[in-house]
Structures are given as structure tokens and as C-alpha cells.
Design a binder for this molecule. Structure first.
Ligand SMILES: Nc1nc2c(ncn2[C@@H]2O[C@H](COP(=O)(O)OP(=O)(O)OP(=O)(O)O)[C@@H](O)[C@H]2O)c(=O)[nH]1
Length: 795
């Protein structure tokens, strides 16, 4: 029995340990042709070379690929992975797309997704955002979303899209899709979706063009290297001009763009779309445009435009793709296939975005956009994903999207549901199985996966297993957002997403005491689900303080508390999350000495504090030589410094960009303690901080305001009053957009001021840009108010 288990253990030796053995020669050169042919006829597994150290025969290409991948992220490319995956794995992955839809507010993301679900057969009727039937779109499942007509939470779904291949054979593709919110206050939803998706559709309004949030989304897509296609929506709107939008994309976004389609008519004359690659006119007939009719007959009045825009497409491709550049230089015309291949290559290389167009509301152009998702966005194996190996000093290693590899997944989103915590997971490697066990790399805990589902907005479909490259959700797995899971063999961690810092906070409490339990429940749930929503307790006032990304963000949570938890809340005035820092280097030498009868308190700390140079993390440095302060007390000094940084001396706000170096001190054999050193450091910090010309930093917001042209003067006046710096103003046909930078405190309540000044026609967005020193007068007022508050508390 023992011998048998020994053999099993040897055979089950982890892929991680295989990774440590010398790298085997690539499969293709070693496998004898006859063997491969015979073997592949019997099974999809390829016989791999013998491992020199263990004498094991690799079971599949997964092991060989993993052995290479584990040598370091640079040893393997997506081409290597693609060339060495077995046909079954390759076919599974090449029929899979994980995409997100992201855009400026109200561009039509949800309306578009509703059409995608209808045309792919996931839903059987279309309901509009703010539609007359009051049902609302499938992906806006929360009551609040349906009432307000905005997306608050990103929602995941999946569908199948059938498309003919080059030989005219129908191929079925599985698409995992995430619809994201447009409002900047919910931007973390976009961050986490883009972190795990392989490609994205960026939607733009044919009238609004590149708007403030388009620029943010562009930045987010670049942060996670997400290839994208673009879709200019709302061609049916008056004033629609897709080519002006493309011009704006080329000027303002950091990615070249060119149309791959032109419209047949615009506004109320929109009839269809012409595909510039295949040179086909496409019409959308039948109920809700479900029948796609393609013809070679390009309407006469479109021919000139088609010629011009096809040339523009080839010229744009020649700038980013060598093959087209060569054809172009030889003054030849590329074939349709060459154009299509170049669009795919340059889109995947993040050098280009093909622009599709249509009107989701008018049911035109969505199906060709879906074909574009298949043609131009990557399958999971075409995206290189890496993790850090904790066992090998955080060495980056490539992940292999193979179902037989050891499981690695990232929990990117959490939600509470009636059945417990629902955790969204992207499976990067291996297979996640219902009833199987997974290890949380952060906590080291092993947990069972009791239920595995695919999400369809707020509905779910149970599944037995999910393979590499897919997105799913699990129940009953306790974890935090951003945790990496493995099957216990590897100690890999995946980098989590960027989480912006909250900039606004307010005090909150339930109206009546008997709602406290529900209030706490709601707070802990919201905090777990949304990393940009924070809850803290003011240690002096014992008030609960909530912080978030903006007024709307906080407002939505207060409203959800009322609706979902039956808790009415009293909220204080919103407060700005100011920060404190030092601007000069000063030395300190502070002694704490207390003698009160028995054992006293003694600690001496000396050193200096100085600015770190950036407004990032605070730093504590131990530069004590010769044991002037015992090692265990140094740790207490660091604790004291950190506590002081959590509540700065000027306003009780967090300290940024400050470094403390302790280089001397003294210890008393009897009276020194950890507490004494902690307090001494806090006292030293309080004094030295003020001496080091401490200042208050305030969040500066990037503000974009759009309104009809007649209100421009009034809005300039409003912004001047707020000491804003107006950066740029774009004048459109009827309206204008102003870009400015303003301190957050001056922007509180701006939505109602703007509404009143523009007869409700103006709109604005703002997002955190940076921390900057507050104006001297404002700093004085803030400090005076804080001191007064403190004095009142002491009385
Ligand atoms: N005219 C016109 N209106 C459209 C079109 N697509 C969407 N809309 C309208 O634009 C509004 C916003 O649409 P949504 O689909 O909610 O936009 P969204 O981008 O998902 O919005 P958020 O997620 O809240 O940012 C709704 O009133 C839609 O009916 C279109 O093609 N033409």
C-alpha cells in the first residue's frame, strides 16, 4: 500500500517541480512524425519528450509548455503557446472571446449589449434603457439602475455567435461579455473588468465624439494592454458625423483609428452599413433588424465615400503594419484578406483600432460589430498573462491557458447574494471544478467550491467545470477582491487591478438604534464588494465615516442601505479627503520621561524627517548604530510613525510623502517599553512635522463640462468663482465642452448649480487628477476650524 501511494505521489509530482528540471527541447522537433500521426488519430494528446531528470513521459503539451513557462515570463511567447497547444485546446480557445464594453456615460453600452443578447438568442425580446415598458435592459438588473437609467455595477453575461469561416462553414463562438458603467464614480468596475478581459469594444457617440470618459477609458485600456475595436453608435441622431469622431480619436486618443465601415445615409436616413474590407453593402431587415442582408451592390451615392475611406484605411494600416507598408510602397493594392489580416495583427499589437459604426437603438450595425469581435479581438491564448512566483522571489512566469495545467484563477469581483458570497473568477490556467478544492494564495486557506456558475446578468447557470481562459462565478468561497487561487501546487500571484483612492467622505449613522445591526451588515458588504468604498471609525468622535469616489457614489450606497437593508441614515456634510505632507528637512531629538511612583516611562528618539520627493507612501528608516535603541523598540518607533501618518498633526488627515529616519536614542533598563517608544515617536513626529513647514494637500479634479453654446459665458463665470484653471474649450456646432482643473471642495453641489445655470441642459463629469497644496488662505481656514473642533471636544 505504501509503495503504491509512493508511486502515485511520484506520478502526481507537481508541474511546479517539473518546472525546475532542464528545459526540454521543443515538441515539434522531437516527436517522430509517424508517432504523432498515429497518436493524434487515437487521442488528442501529443506524446511529449521524456523528462531527463524524472524519467516521466509528459502527458500532454501542457506539461512541456509549463516547464518552459516556469523558466520565466520572457522564455515563452504567445506564438510558442499557440504553436504547441493540442488541436482540441486550440480549437476550444480560438472559439472563445472575453470582452468588455466600455465608454463615456450614456454612449449606449447597455443598449448595444441588449442587442447582442437578442441577436445571439440569449434573450427573446428587447427592452430599452428608460423604455416606455418600464422593464429596463437585461444588464441593468438593479432597481436603482432601471430607475436612474444608468449602469452602476458591471454585469457579466455570455452568448454564442455563429459566423462563417473563410470556407463558408458555420463556426460557433462563445463570448463572455461584461457591460461596464460609464459614470466616473463607478470607475473601479471598469478597472476590474479590463484587468481580466482579453479585448474590449469602445463605444463612442456619433454626435458627442471623444468625451471626457472616453479619454479615461482609453487610459484604462492602455493600463491593462487591452486590444480594442471601436463602435460609433447613435448614427441615427441629428448631427451624427462618424468621420469627425474618427478625426477626434486620432487627435485625442493614443491609438490610431480608421473606419472599416461607412454608413449608408445618416440620421433618419440611416439605411445600412458598407463593409470596407469585403466591399459589401449590409442591410438589417426583419423584426429588430435580425436578418442581415449582404449584397455586392454598393449604392451609387456611396461609391465616392467608399473609395476615399478604403484608401484612408489602407493608409492608416500602412503606418502601423509592415506588410501593408511594403505593398503600399510598391504602389500595389492589398487584397481583402491582406487588409483583414493586417487589421487583426495591428489591433492585437495595440497599434490600431478598427472603427465600426451603427445605431443600437435603431437596430443597425450590431451584428457586423460582433463579427469584428471575432475577427479582430484576441482569443485567450493570444494574450500573454503572467504571474509572480512567490517561491522564487516573485519571479514573473507565463501562464498557460491549458485545461490540463494546474489551476490558477483571479477573483476580480465579489457580490453578496441570497446564496452567500458570489465571487467572479477568471480562470487563467487549468480547470476549476465544482466540488473541487482551491487554495487562496494570500490567506493560505484551502476551500471547497460548492457551486460553480456562469452569470447572465442577475441570473445564473450551474456548470460542472470551467476551463482555462474562461470567466465564471463561484459560491461560498470566502476571499477578497484581487485574491489569486491555485490548486495548491503553485504559489503564483496575479497582479491585482488599479484601485483609485476615494476623495470624498462623510459621517453617517442609522436614524434609529434598532437599525444598527443591519447598518453594520450593509457597511461590511458594500466594503467587501467595492474597494473604492471605505468605512472608518473616527477614534475621537466614534462616528462612522464613509468614503467614496464622488457624491453620486455615496448617494447610491445611502439609497441602497434604505432599499436593501431597510436602514434610513442621517448623513453629515460631505468632506474632502485632504492630505498632509512636509516640505523641508528638520531634525528632532525628543525624550519621553515620566516618573509617577513605581516604574516610569523612558524613551529618547532622535533623527530627522524630510519629504520623500513624491506624494507616495511614507517611509520609516532605521539608521541607529551601536544599539542606542534596542531592535524591539525600533519596531515600536515605526509603529508610532505609522500611527502619526494615519492621523496627521495639522488636520487629522492622512500624511503622504514623508520620511522619518531615526538615527539615535537612549533606552532605560527598567523604564523603557514598546509603548514608551511608540508614544515618544508620535510626540516627536507631531512637533517635527509642523517645524518641517507642513502643508495641506487637496484633491484636484479634472472637470469636463458640456452645455449648449449660449451658456458658455455663465459657465466660465461659475468656474472662475471656484478658482478653477480652464485648460481647454472645444466648440461644437451647437454646444461646447470645457476642460478644467478645480479643487474638490469648490465642486461640492456643482450639479445643482450647473442645472440651474443651464436650464438643466448642462452636464459635467469629474475625476481625481492629483493632490496639490491647497491655497494658503484655505489652509488657514481648515486648520482654524480643526483646532476649534478639537478644543470643543476637549472641554
Ligand atoms: N438615438 C439613439 N439613442 C441611443 C442609441 N443607443 C442608446 N441610446 C440611448 O442613449 C441612452 C443611454 O443608453 P445606455 O445604453 O443606457 O447607455 P450606457 O452607455 O449603457 O449608459 P451608462 O452605463 O449609464 O453610462 C438611452 O436613453 C438610450 O435609449 C442609439 O443608437 N441612438
Amino acid at each position: 500500500m505504501r509503495a503504491r501511494s509512493h508511486i502515485i505521489r511520484r506520478q502526481c509530482r507537481s508541474f511546479a517541480s517539473l518546472a525546475a528540471v532542464p528545459r526540454p527541447t521543443p515538441l515539434r522537433t522531437l516527436v517522430p512524425r509517424a508517432t504523432t500521426a498515429r497518436k493524434s488519430a487515437l487521442s488528442p494528446l501529443i506524446l511529449a519528450p521524456r523528462c531527463p531528470t524524472y524519467g516521466l513521459r509528459y502527458q500532454s503539451s501542457a506539461a512541456a509548455l509549463l516547464a518552459d513557462a516556469a523558466q520565466g515570463a520572457d522564455t515563452i511567447t504567445t506564438d510558442t503557446i499557440l504553436s504547441r497547444l493540442e488541436p482540441t485546446e486550440l480549437s476550444r480557445l480560438s472559439h472563445l472571446r472575453n470582452i468588455g464594453i466600455a465608454a463615456h456615460i450614456d454612449s449606449g453600452k447597455t443598449t448595444c449589449t441588449e442587442r447582442v443578447l437578442y441577436y445571439t438568442g440569449r434573450i427573446h425580446s428587447i427592452h430599452e434603457v428608460r423604455g416606455k415598458d418600464s422593464v429596463g435592459a437585461k444588464m441593468d438588473s438593479m432597481d436603482l439602475e432601471r430607475e436612474k437609467g444608468i449602469t452602476i455595477k458591471s454585469a457579466a453575461t455570455f452568448c454564442n455567435w455563429t459566423k462563417k469561416d473563410d470556407q463558408g462553414v458555420d463556426q460557433k463562438y462563445h463570448i463572455n461579455l461584461i457591460d461596464t458603467p460609464g459614470h466616473i464614480d463607478f470607475t473601479v468596475e471598469v478597472e476590474r473588468a479590463l484587468r481580466v478581459l482579453d479585448g474590449a469594444v469602445m463605444i463612442l457617440c456619433a454626435v458627442g465624439g471623444v468625451q471626457s470618459q472616453t479619454i479615461t477609458v482609453d487610459r484604462q485600456m492602455r493600463r491593462y494592454d487591452v486590444p480594442r475595436i471601436s463602435f460609433i453608435n447613435k448614427l441615427d441622431r441629428m448631427g451624427a458625423n462618424p468621420f469627425k469622431v474618427i478625426e477626434q480619436m486620432n487627435q485625442k486618443l493614443k491609438i490610431p483609428a480608421a473606419a472599416v465601415q461607412v454608413p449608408i445615409g445618416t440620421e433618419d436616413q440611416l439605411r445600412g452599413i458598407i463593409d470596407l474590407v469585403r466591399m459589401k453593402a449590409i442591410y438589417f431587415e426583419g423584426p429588430r433588424g435580425i436578418i442581415v442582408k449582404e449584397t455586392d451592390d454598393i449604392p451609387e451615392h456611396c461609391k465616392e465615400l467608399v473609395k476615399e475611406k478604403r484608401s484612408a484605411l489602407i493608409a492608416a494600416l500602412a503606418d502601423v503594419d509592415d506588410e501593408i507598408a511594403e505593398i503600399w510602397l510598391e504602389e500595389q493594392v492589398p487584397t481583402n484578406d491582406q487588409i483583414q489580416a493586417a487589421i487583426r495583427r495591428s489591433t492585437l499589437a495595440l497599434k490600431f483600432t478598427p472603427v465600426f459604426m451603427g445605431s443600437a437603438l435603431a437596430d443597425k450595425g450590431v451584428q457586423p460589430m460582433l463579427d469584428g469581435v471575432i475577427n479582430y479581438l484576441p482569443q485567450p491564448a493570444e494574450v500573454k498573462n503572467t504571474a509572480l512566483d512567490r517561491k522564487r522571489k516573485e519571479m514573473p512566469v507565463a501562464l498557460i491557458p491549458h485545461t490540463q495545467a494546474p489551476f490558477i484563477g483571479l477573483a476580480f469581483k465579489l457580490e453578496e447574494s441570497n446564496f452567500g458570497q458570489l465571487t467572479y473568477i477568471r480562470v487563467y490556467q487549468g480547470t476549476l471544478k465544482k466540488g473541487g478544492f482551491v487554495f487562496n494564495i494570500r490567506t493560505g486557506k484551502k476551500v471547497k467550491v460548492p457551486r460553480l456558475v456562469r452569470m447572465h446578468s442577475d441570473e445564473m447557470e450551474d456548470v460542472e467545470s470551467i476551463g482555462a481562459g474562461e470567466i465564471c462565478a463561484v459560491f461560498g468561497v470566502e476571499c477578497a477582491s484581487g485574491d489569486t487561487f491555485s490548486d495548491g501546487q503553485q504559489s503564483y500571484t496575479l497582479q491585482s487591478m488599479h484601485v483609485p483612492e476615494p476623495v470624498i467622505s462623510l459621517a453617517i449613522k442609522p436614524k434609529s438604534n434598532n437599525q444598527t445591526a443591519n447598518f453594520s451588515k450593509a457597511m461590511s458588504r458594500f466594503q467587501r464588494e467595492d474597494p473604492t468604498f471605505r468605512v472608518t471609525q473616527d477614534s475621537e468622535t466614534q462616528e462612522t465615516i464613509i468614503s467614496g469616489m464622488g457624491e453620486l457614489h455615496i448617494e447610491i450606497y445611502v439609497e441602497r442601505m434604505r432599499r436593501e437593508y431597510n436602514v434610513d441614515c442621517i448623513t453629515g456634510q460631505p468632506k474632502v479627503a485632504y492630505r498632509e505632507t512636509v516640505t523641508e528637512k528638520v531634525t528632532f531629538d525628543h525624550t519621553l520621561k515620566k516618573q509617577s511612583g513605581g516604574a516610569g516611562d523612558f524613551a529618547r528618539v532622535a533623527g530627522f524627517i524630510e519629504p520623500t520627493g513624491d506624494l507616495g507612501e511614507n517611509i520609516f528608516e532605521n539608521a541607529v548604530f551601536g544599539g542606542a535603541i534596542d531592535e524591539k523598540f525600533i519596531f515600536a518607533c515605526e509603529k508610532g510613525f505609522k500611527a502619526s501618518c494615519d492621523k496627521g498633526p495639522l488636520l487629522g488627515q492622512r500624511v503622504l510623502g514623508t520620511k522619518m529616519t531615526v538615527n539615535d536614542g537612549a533606552t532605560h533598563v527598567v523604564d523603557s517599553s514598546e509603548m514608551a517608544f511608540k508614544i515618544a515617536t508620535q510626540q516627536a513626529m507631531r512637533k517635527a512635522f509642523k517645524d518641517a513647514k507642513a502643508i495641506i494637500l487637496e484633491p484636484i479634479m479634472r472637470v469636463a463640462i458640456s452645455a449648449p453654446g449660449e451658456f458658455q459665458g455663465a459657465i466660465v463665470g461659475l468656474m472662475n468663482k471656484r478658482n478653477a484653471i480652464i485648460e481647454d474649450t472645444e466648440i461644437g456646432v451647437d454646444d461646447f465642452t470645457m476642460y478644467a482643473e478645480a479643487g474638490l471642495h469648490s465642486m461640492f453641489g456643482f450639479s445643482s448649480v450647473l442645472r440651474a445655470a443651464t436650464q438643466g441642459k448642462g452636464e459635467f463629469t469629474m475625476e481625481f487628477l492629483k493632490y496639490s497644496p491647497a491655497l494658503p488662505q484655505h489652509q488657514k481656514e481648515l486648520i482654524a476650524a480643526f483646532d476649534k473642533e478639537m478644543a470643543a471636544k476637549e472641554k
